[in-house]
Ligand binder design. Structure first.
Ligand code: GTP
Length: 364
């Protein structure tokens, strides 16, 4: 089916890489792929899909592997989002480059915009597409200036914006421009990626293209950007969407200190602050204080609990007066009354910590 042409429609496919295992977010990603984790009360991926739709791109191909079926079950053909979504499944994960190559047969246009499915960004999608066309580039990469580029792929460019090298995680980077994980490809360039084997687009494809003299350009856009791969970034990214610091068309006109699903029950005197989100059917007892926290669906929080900068997965039960800070509580776990959890603790799904079972205070 060909989507009817709108005046503002972009002649480009969107390809989203969502096949990773999300190991850094375990145990949240044991049963749910990272892009489907609730973020500001919608699957993370839905925020990106809404931005793609708002930019006038309507054909989206999801490059899936780990828990592939979850995506199609939720988004179907994409019509509800004003999109046409197709799915390509890797039997065994092919890596980022292999995942891009694997969707080649689904592409409809000469231009494909490829997204890492775990980056929260406010970049101007139309801006990078225009830059790509203006330079007649083979590949245009979104680049970002960061204070400390050592932990990232560093990408120097010449005066015309043409990429001169790809430097992976070097100690003394010559520039603070990093690869932000969004690329515009000429379709024919995707055909040159080897088929049916694991390929890293960052470590293999881009250096090879550069060696072959391909026209690779950087497009610097320093809008909001966050890789959602670690729990502390996930929590922060979700809070930033709720507060309107990170843009999402899903929350237009609804940003603030918190977002609460209409089916949730919040008792009197509860403080929901710093971008907290409360999912479907969750119940929060009187006098709780919850800061910068992502609460999934069907969670019960007893009165007087104090929670900050944490992720509480579906069906978890938090006992009265528990204190939880910088933690991940897995699906269906029970944290007893008066427990104190802090400093990056991760409670695995179904684990039951008895009342006052963990305490860090001096009178414990
Ligand atoms: P970690 O295991 O925590 O590093 O997370 P990850 O598996 O998501 O890896 P990473 O953050 O490096 O991946 C960047 C993006 O590429 C994410 O959106 C992944 O879903 C996606 N991705 C990673 N590996 C593959 C793959 O083999 N195939 C496909 N289709 N996508 C992948």
């Amino acid at each position: 089916m060909v989507v009817s042409a709108r005046q503002d429609q972009r002649q480009a496919d969107a390809v989203i890489l969502v096949g990773g295992r999300g190991t850094r977010l375990r145990p949240l990603t044991i049963g749910t792929p990272k892009p489907m984790l609730p973020t500001a009360n919608a699957p993370f991926l839905q925020h990106l899909l809404a931005r793609i739709q708002a930019a006038g791109i309507t054909h989206v191909v999801l490059s899936t592997s780990f828990k592939a079926e979850v995506f199609e079950e939720y988004f179907g053909d994409g019509a509800d989002l004003g999109l046409e979504i197709e799915y390509v499944v890797e039997e065994t994960a092919l890596g980022t480059g292999g995942g891009i190559r694997n969707v080649y047969d689904k592409l409809r246009f000469d231009t494909a915009m490829v997204f890492n499915g775990d980056v929260l960004s406010g970049m101007d999608l139309g801006g990078i597409l225009d830059a790509h066309a203006a330079k007649d580039a083979d590949v245009t990469m979104h680049l970002l200036n960061v204070a400390d580029p050592r932990a990232f792929g560093c990408v120097p460019t010449d005066g015309d914006g043409r990429v001169s090298a790809f430097l992976e995680k070097v100690e003394d980077p010559p520039t603070n421009q990093i690869n932000a994980g969004c690329y515009v490809f000429k379709r024919e360039v995707i055909a040159t990626i080897p088929e049916n084997r694991v390929v890293s687009v960052e470590r293999e494809t881009f250096p090879r293209l550069l060696e072959d003299g391909a026209r690779i350009f950087g497009h610097v856009d320093n809008s909001y950007w966050r890789d959602m791969g670690r729990p502390e970034d996930f929590v922060r990214g979700s809070s930033d969407i709720v507060r309107g610091i990170a843009p999402s068309p899903l929350l237009t006109g609804r940003t603030g200190e918190s977002i609460v699903d209409p089916s949730a029950g919040v008792a009197g005197g509860v403080l929901l602050l710093s971008g907290t989100s409360v999912g479907r059917g969750t119940e929060i007892g009187a006098g709780c204080r919850i800061d910068g926290t992502v609460i999934f669906d069907g969670v019960t929080i007893e009165p007087g609990a104090v929670i900050s900068n944490s992720i509480i997965a579906s069906g978890a039960h938090i006992g009265a007066n528990a204190h939880i800070e910088n933690c991940v509580v897995g699906e269906g776990a029970t944290i007893g009354a008066r427990c104190e959890l802090q400093s990056g603790m991760r409670v695995f799904p179904g684990v039951n910590i008895p009342d006052a079972g963990i305490r860090f205070s001096s009178d414990a």
